[in-house]
Write a protein that binds this ligand. Structure first.
Ligand SMILES: Cc1cc2nc3c(=O)[nH]c(=O)nc-3n(C[C@H](O)[C@H](O)[C@H](O)COP(=O)(O)OP(=O)(O)OC[C@H]3O[C@@H](n4cnc5c(N)ncnc54)[C@H](O)[C@@H]3O)c2cc1C
Length: 440
């Protein structure tokens, strides 16, 4: 490993795990549970919490440790459904449905804030806002056109900062201005996963780890779930396996769902500690930052603000975090040249789940509930999808949720493994980013 990038003691596990590594649990598998939730990330845990609070007995099964997936590996940016609001939905679905979907997505933000407060989850939450940095002047114009709509949908202000004012939000001249948006917070994702799990357990949910579901079949009025530890029967099942829906052995708890989500690896590095003066200069206002590149960068100060957490799509095929880390370091120093000598203490990866219509989904297929597809923006959204799936299972939803039961597209011959086409699409997107910039 090159000493240029890596600090002594460099680790390939999430920096978040230093404070909140997902613990192992020692729970026996029951023969029967009224509700089984497969996948113990934010979606599954949030569903379990809501079901338990509504008085239902629920068991969460995870193939690894509870919270082990994207939910303890992400960037911790809590987005108020902005990604959905920026999707060009109106042309496809009409203005009214597009607005209903955007509002349903934006409701994830107050919901996660309320969940954190109500359950007393200690996860370093702050409503810090976001700066979306424009890669080109055209991207700036597009953001400016979307800014009022985003403010309207999220109910929180946006403000355009032209290049001359960019330094108010970001200590870099790398971009062409951008948009400040108030509907964003930051959390420590590992602490949030741990806190949500504890809240679900407190409410009465049973959490079982190291239990990989290999298949679900209808049996009588319920389901028989086959796992590596034996069978469990359930009256209702929710599958919340998101970017891990297809196992490395090609098997899946719900193959129908695996064919509809595209797992994409996202990579993150954490830097060594930096002086407060540097952090104040690079991150005035301590906002979450993302840019408008097709192959985007997202970065932020760590909780307590003394190191940088930098994420992006460094590779488009399966790759070890230490192989992707130098690329992320390169992206970081393109934005902050003064960090060229700063070393990396941690590098890690996790899977996000894209869908072919770029929308999150909940719904029911063959009697099995599912919640998936947060497009890399799922801290609030997965929590919200899980809750809405729980309301549906409990028969407690008092209004229609706009992301429920939408047509959920797949493409011919896609079996849930995108590794043969992602490098091609990724390379093309990267090239287009370069061309856009050269043409700017
Ligand atoms: C590197 C990275 C950075 C990200 N940054 C951000 C960010 O800054 N902001 C944001 O909003 N979102 C971000 N995301 C996305 C966000 O983390 C996810 O959308 C969210 O955590 C998804 O939660 P989930 O519960 O749906 O899935 P996960 O947390 O991935 O949980 C799925 C679980 O299912 C389990 N599982 C899979 N198959 C089986 C099976 N057969 N049997 C039993 N269990 C199974 C897995 O072990 C896993 O624990 C990021 C994601 C990654 C990977």
């Amino acid at each position: 490993m090159s000493s240029t990038f890596f600090a002594p003691g460099f680790k390939t596990s999430p920096w978040w795990w230093e404070a909140a590594e997902p613990p192992t649990r020692d729970n026996a598998l029951p023969d029967h549970t009224p509700v089984a939730v497969i996948g113990g990330g934010y979606a599954g845990l949030s569903a379990a919490l809501s079901l338990a609070r509504l008085g239902h007995q629920v068991t969460v099964l995870d193939a690894e440790r509870i919270g082990w997936g994207a939910s303890s590996r992400n960037g911790g940016m809590v987005s108020g459904g902005m990604k959905v609001a920026r999707t060009a939905l109106a042309e496809k679905l009409g203005a009214e449905q597009a607005r209903n979907i955007a509002l349903a997505a934006a409701a994830s933000f107050p919901f996660i804030e309320e969940t954190i407060a109500r359950e007393g989850i200690n996860c370093d939450y702050t409503r810090c806002g976001r700066f979306v940095a424009a890669w080109t002047p055209k991207h700036y114009d597009a953001l400016a056109r979307a800014a009022d709509y985003i403010a309207d949908i999220t109910g929180l202000p946006t403000e355009m900062l032209p290049p001359t004012r960019q330094q108010e939000a970001l200590g870099s001249g790398h971009y062409h201005g951008g948009m400040k948006a108030a509907a964003t917070g930051s959390i420590h994702p590992g602490k949030y996963a741990r806190g949500l799990a504890m809240a679900a357990e407190r409410a009465g949910a049973k959490l079982i780890d190291q239990t990989r579901v290999g298949g679900i079949r209808a049996e009588g009025s319920g389901f028989c779930i086959a796992t590596n530890r034996g069978e469990i029967r359930a009256d209702a099942v929710l599958v919340a396996t998101n970017g891990y829906s297809r196992g490395s052995d090609g098997k899946s708890a719900m193959p129908w769902l695996a064919r509809r989500v595209v797992p994409v690896a996202s990579y993150i590095i954490a830097t060594e500690e930096l002086p407060a003066e540097t952090m104040d200069r690079l991150f005035p206002g301590r906002r979450m930052i993302s840019d408008t590149k097709r192959v985007l960068n997202y970065y932020r100060p760590s909780p307590y603000g003394n190191r940088i957490i930098w994420g992006g799509r460094a590779r488009f095929g399966p790759s070890a975090p230490e192989a992707a880390a130098p690329r992320l370091h390169e992206f970081m120093t393109a934005v902050f040249p003064e960090l060229s000598k700063v070393k990396i203490t941690h590098a890690w990866t996790g899977n996000v789940a894209f869908t072919f219509d770029f929308l999150p989904h909940i719904g029911v297929q063959d009697g099995i509930h599912y919640a998936a597809g947060c497009q890399g923006s799922g801290v609030a959204m997965a929590t919200w999808l899980g809750h809405n799936a729980a309301l549906k299972i409990a028969g407690a939803a008092n209004q229609r949720f706009a992301l429920d039961g939408l047509e959920f597209p797949t493409v011919a011959l896609y079996n849930g493994n995108p590794n043969w086409f992602l490098p091609i699409i990724g390379g093309w997107y990267r090239l287009r980013d370069r061309i856009d910039r050269l043409a700017a």
